[in-house]
Design a protein around this ligand. Structure first.
Ligand code: ASP
Length: 327
């Protein structure tokens, strides 16, 4: 009996070891699930990363799957429930820390349903407006907002998204209600901003910089505490210096695997992530759009997890105090 038990344990150990050593399985792509639409800022980070991480991972291909909707909870839930073999990963942003406070019902647990693989970058947000908006700077924007109360449309990437959070905090700070128009990502919201169907939006610089540089949209402020250094954005004031006291929203992106992914598979992915993030092409593309690549200890899974927990603790009282529940 004892012998049989040991034999069984031995078989399980061998199977697990072989499984991990085989990762990534030849000819099976690694899928990075992006919980927002294609062409938006989260998608931009994932596509740049997919290119940089494929070789260090030794994968045949790294493909992006856009599973958008419900402020990133649909795609995140999909990965939480996926086969934990390292072939399905999630790239999500600050929503991992704000969804638990913004959504009343969460289909998964951020703290316990994922393996943390490392933080990737930090990206500021910008407050931008449709091209025909008469206001040309933040002061003029506040005058326009006050003159148009009740008529203003504010786009976002859905309940619980970063643009949603930023927009809610902005309305709360100004004590002005705007009509919120939710999309499955800020890529389609940007199209409607360009077309004038929505008036305003908060969005990551990775989605707004090109449009600001081409002068296709109006830019009013950045949501960080310091002004940005990107040449085309450096003259934008911060919301805090414009009088919106203590306003600060900076977005970060991280990589996750389903809970239960074997430890040595996780180690392999984390090592590949660290190599990818030193890739000059990846750095150049991301920094050109205002993103700052993470080089500190948050690249370590345990520190990434601690950071997300600290962000959950940070945002929960802010969201509660602002009375900005989403549903
Ligand atoms: N910018 C979106 C957000 O506000 C995410 C996206 O569309 O990638 O959360």
């Amino acid at each position: 009996m004892m012998k049989l038990k040991l034999l069984t344990l031995g078989l399980i150990a061998t199977a697990t070891t072989a499984f991990a050593a085989d990762f990534p399985i030849k000819d099976k792509p690694v899928t990075i699930v992006v919980p927002f639409t294609a062409g938006g800022p989260t998608d931009r980070v994932a596509r740049d990363l997919a290119e940089a991480i494929r070789a260090p991972l030794g994968a045949t291909a790294v493909v992006i799957e856009n599973a958008a909707g419900a402020g990133s909870s649909i795609g995140s839930n999909k990965v939480a429930k996926a086969n934990p073999d390292g072939h399905t990963l999630l790239l999500n942003h600050i929503g991992m820390a704000t969804m638990p406070s913004l959504l009343r019902t969460m289909p998964f647990k951020v703290e316990t349903d994922f393996e943390y693989l490392g933080l990737i970058n930090e990206v500021p947000m910008t407050l931008v407006g449709k091209p025909t908006l008469p206001a040309n700077n933040y002061k003029e924007l506040t005058a326009w907002i006050n003159a148009n109360k009740g008529k203003i449309n504010l786009g976002n990437a859905g309940t619980g998204s970063a643009s949603h959070l930023c927009g809610l905090l902005f309305q709360s700070a100004l004590q002005v209600d705007m009509t919120t128009i939710p999309y499955k990502g800020t890529a389609p919201a940007m199209n409607d901003l360009l077309g004038g169907q929505i008036d305003l939006m908060c969005d990551q610089t990775t989605n707004t910089t090109g449009q600001i540089e081409a002068k296709k949209i109006k830019a009013y402020a950045v949501t960080t505490t310091k002004r940005l250094t990107t040449p085309s954005l450096k003259d934008l004031p911060t919301l805090a210096e414009s009088g919106v006291k203590d306003f600060q929203v900076a977005i970060w992106h991280g990589l996750y695997a389903p809970k239960g992914t074997p430890a040595d598979v996780l180690t392999k992915i984390n090592a590949a992530l660290k190599t990818a993030m030193k890739d000059p092409g990846f750095i150049k593309k991301q920094e050109g759009l205002g993103a700052v690549i993470v080089t500190d200890k948050r690249l370590e899974p345990a520190e990434h997890k601690k950071y997300v927990a600290s962000e959950i603790a940070k945002w929960s009282p802010i969201i509660k105090a602002a009375g900005v529940y989403a549903d």
